[in-house]
Write a protein that binds this ligand. Structure first.
Ligand code: NAI
Ligand SMILES: N[C@@H](CC=O)C(=O)O
Ligand code: NA
Length: 438
């Protein structure tokens, strides 16, 4: 059988990696797919020919991405340029032209996925996006197919490789934030705008996608609570370790009585949990299903070849099912499109969690009791408290507390009252805590 003709948009980290893996494993990939996969037409604004293995097998290379999506010879378009625009226009044009699409672009899917999937459904084509969440880990396949029997209760994941790499290097080697970020960029892990990694936007894109796959709700990126890692200091990492915890940047999607939680923030987790020991660029996603119990998926969350692994898995899926009746294909968001529900996504102040609090308080009798009584009045019970030694000649001491679970709105009230005390200096540092058990 003739090879399938594929168009490739973007020849950067992931585009280059995709060509490399398609070249190295061409034979095995064809044996799995049932026919060869040929990159017949590629487009990139710029690329480094010397760094890409397999470039010689590409039929035609230009710089006009629209020429690829309009090329009548192309059956599948692989979008690896990133960003919202022109990626959205290119993908919609490819679909309108009757081509299947594979993309690694989580920003695009989280923001425009509802529109893209509806267009694909109407035109009878597939959109694969395995590489968009947790790089090489086949988490989308796991949720959509492997766990299809389950009522999913919650998901908690380390889903940004750059952020995890930064936190790990800072903790283990005492390296400077900016220095580690520069290395992540050089390794091709970071987004074009690295604030997407550091401020949690990339993780929120991915969590939005996971939440829809798990709970059968439309994609709602704008409702995902997002807090990054830029405020985490060495002090908090040390205090958390003394208390038996690690700080990880987690994306959490959970069913709770009032609705769905979708939140990305630094989180204290017990150090004995497997996920607490996922370091560097590695990602991990814990999924709790009612039938299967907790399951954990681990692997490289970024980088050329691991991400290419997911892109090509989607290509193989599309090639295998090219002739399938569109109504009998696996639905894009795991649930049939007319079976999505409008369960509300909760605001952060409606969500219940436990907390680590760190503040700087005057080293005088009665101060601690006053803080404890404010927490008590707000219905917040303290699980542990640690007062550190004051530095030489210092009037204030660091105070660290772990609390039981409470609605965030109550914690906001308590923190405002504590910060208003004359005996408390500066802002209260708050990091949310999760036990991730059961
Ligand atoms: N780098 C990684 O480890 C991972 C990246 N991704 C996603 O994969 C996508 C690609 O990321 P990278 O390969 O890292 O980006 P990159 O910046 O290394 O490469 C982008 C490529 O697209 C080309 N390009 C950009 N705009 C273009 C346009 N308008 N027309 C034609 N070519 C254009 C660039 O010239 C370059 O060749 C992004 O959506 C990213 O979020 C997903 C998982 C992991
Ligand atoms: N910038 C992202 C790339 C993969 O999705 C990350 O660091 O995880
Ligand atoms: Na993946």
């Amino acid at each position: 059988m003739e090879p399938v003709k594929v168009g490739l948009l973007g020849l950067g980290t992931v585009g280059g990696g995709t060509l490399t893996v398609l070249t190295r494993n061409a034979n095995e990939i064809a044996r799995r797919a049932g026919r060869g996969i040929e990159i017949a037409h590629a487009a990139a604004r710029d690329y480094n020919p010397a760094s890409i293995e397999g470039l010689e097998h590409v039929g035609r290379i230009g710089d006009d991405a629209f020429a690829v999506v309009d090329d009548p010879e192309i059956q599948i378009v692989v979008e690896l340029i990133g960003g919202y625009s022109p990626a959205r226009e290119l993908v919609l044009k490819a679909i309108a032209n009757g081509k299947h699409v594979v993309t690694a672009n989580k920003a695009l899917i989280a923001r425009h996925g509802n529109e893209i999937f509806a267009a694909a459904q109407a035109r009878g084509v597939m959109v694969g996006f395995e590489a968009a969440v947790a790089g090489g880990i086949p988490i989308i396949k796991a949720l959509r197919e492997g766990l299809a029997a389950n009522h999913i209760e919650w998901i908690a994941g380390i889903i940004n490789g750059t952020g995890n790499f930064i936190l790990t290097e800072m903790r283990d080697k005492g390296r400077d934030f900016a220095d580690v970020l520069a290395e992540a960029q050089a390794l091709g892990y970071a987004e074009a705008d690295p604030t997407f990694d550091v401020e949690g936007i990339d993780a929120a894109h991915k969590l939005t996608i996971l939440g829809s796959l798990a709970f059968g709700i439309p994609l709602q990126f704008e409702r995902c609570f997002t807090e990054g890692i830029s405020k985490i200091g060495a002090l908090d990492v040390t205090y958390a370790a003394e208390l038996g915890y690690r700080i990880k940047h987690l994306g959490i999607a959970r069913r709770s009585p009032g609705g769905i939680e979708l939140r990305v923030h630094p989180t204290l987790i017990p150090e004995r949990r497997l996920i607490a020991n996922v370091d560097g660029v590695m990602n991990a996603v814990l999924v709790k299903g009612d039938a299967v119990g907790p399951t954990l998926y681990y692997g490289a969350g970024a980088g050329a070849l691991p991400t290419a692994s997911a892109v090509i898995a989607d290509l193989v899926d599309v090639v295998r099912t090219l002739t399938t009746d569109p109504n009998n294909r696996v639905p894009h968001l795991a649930f049939q499109p007319d079976e999505l529900v409008d369960t509300p996504v909760l605001r952060m102040d409606e969500i219940e969690t436990a907390y680590y609090l760190r503040l700087s308080a005057l080293d005088q009798p009665g101060v601690m009791a006053r803080i404890a009584s404010i927490l008590g009045e707000e219905g917040i019970s303290i699980e542990a408290i640690k007062q550190k030694e004051p530095g030489e000649g210092e009037t204030h001491v660091p105070l660290v507390m772990l609390t039981h679970r409470v609605i965030e709105g109550r914690m906001n009230e308590a923190i405002a009252r504590i910060e208003a005390l004359e005996s408390v200096q500066g802002a209260v540092m708050r990091i949310r805590m999760e036990s991730l058990s059961g």
